[in-house]
Design a protein around this ligand. Structure first.
Ligand code: PLP
Ligand code: SF4
Length: 346
């Protein structure tokens, strides 16, 4: 994906001599992400015994880990909480009763390509089918992304839906990861959303500023600051070790651009299933001026059963958090139940 940044288009004549197709740094980092299970195991200095499982899992859902995220893992430690999120395991191939390919029944709620309108007042738009990292527990690991990657004509239909329904207050850019789209595409879309009078808010659900903090660059800040819509960026991180200094700096750029920052996490066995890990995450997020929003129960997606934390344990963990943190640092524990009008608080 090679595109011309809109910032470049508008800039002074001195820059016109530059090649038109200058690739932003984040796109090069994305293109160079580790996508081979053997390389992942080698780089993390894992015992070769992990390799067959990694290859099995990779055939079900491909490995993808950018360097900037990999660099935050401890080599030689298969229990590293960041590695656990991206390392494919044999267990993914074991069928588990109740774990299915579309646990949220999203296929039923996609009236047109790239649009999911399940909740009142807000609409979720699939702005990019791709992700910067492939998380093994992802509820969309079997989602038919290719079929949900809309063309310009389909975007016009989606925009018509938003224009026609005046009850919609908020457009949520989702994916995949919406920030995996180019700034040229995003600027085009946001400009059109901006022109819909009843829309008040633009929300962006993204893991990219955590995975590749360089994604928050001038090209992104250009369209984010240009919109009249109030902007909310909902990050996705699951462990304090994900929030390094570069992530904190990226969050600062987003808050300076006027965005409200929230975070959602998934409760994951072996990653953040302790009061200490969840409290450290909340504290670290707040250092980046991010408020914890949701702590999701794992969606029962086929291949992810080994990450499950039972509900009684989840409630105990959140009770423990409440005893040790101020209320604003305790995320809401929720489960998504297909057919419900909102996430279900536990
Ligand atoms: C989670 C979700 C939203 C946003 O819900 P909030 O509770 O407002 O964060 C919107 N649409 C869909 C389809 C969702 O899954
Ligand atoms: S970034 Fe989000 S959508 Fe992408 S693989 Fe991870 S959990 Fe799934």
């Amino acid at each position: 994906m090679i595109t011309r940044s809109p910032a470049l288009v508008q800039r002074a004549p001195t820059e016109e001599a530059q090649p038109l197709a200058m690739t932003p740094a984040w796109q090069s980092q994305l293109a160079r992400a580790v996508r081979d299970p053997r390389e992942l195991c080698r780089r993390l200095r894992l015992d070769p015994a992990w390799l067959p499982g990694a290859e099995t899992g990779h055939r079900l859902f491909e490995v993808r880990v950018p360097e900037a995220f990999l660099a935050r893992m401890r080599p030689g430690d298969p229990a590293d909480p960041l590695l656990r999120q991206v390392l494919p395991l044999d267990a993914e191939a074991a069928p588990t009763p109740g774990y299915v390919s579309d646990p949220l029944a999203e296929a039923e709620h996609t009236p047109q390509r790239g649009l999911i309108h399940k909740y009142a007042g807000r609409v979720l738009l699939i702005a990019s089918p791709a992700c910067a990292v492939n998380c093994r527990y992802c509820f969309r690991r079997h989602f038919p992304y290719a079929e949900n990657s809309p063309s310009r004509a389909q975007w016009e239909q989606t925009l018509d839906h938003l224009r026609d329904d005046t009850s919609i207050r908020e457009a949520i850019l989702s994916g995949g990861d919406p920030l995996a789209a180019s700034d040229r595409q995003l600027a085009w879309l946001v400009e059109r959303l901006d022109a819909i009078p009843h829309l008040k808010r633009l929300r962006i659900h993204t893991r990219l500023p955590v995975v590749i903090p360089d994604r928050v660059d001038a090209g992104l800040l250009d369209w984010l600051t240009a919109t009249r819509l109030q902007t909310v960026v909902v990050l996705h991180s699951n462990h304090a070790n994900e929030i390094d200094d570069a992530v904190i700096a990226a969050c600062r750029r987003l808050t300076q651009a006027g965005a409200t920052l929230l975070n959602q996490s998934v409760l994951l066995r072996g990653v953040n299933d302790s009061v200490e890990a969840l409290a450290a995450l909340s504290e670290r997020l707040f250092e980046a001026r991010v408020l914890p929003y949701y702590l999701h129960m794992l969606d029962p997606v086929a291949g992810a059963a080994h990450f499950d934390v039972p509900e009684f344990e989840a409630r105990e963990l959140v009770a423990g958090l409440r005893e040790s943190l101020p209320g604003f640092l305790v995320p809401k524990l929720v489960r998504e139940i297909p057919g419900e009008a909102s996430k279900t608080p536990l």
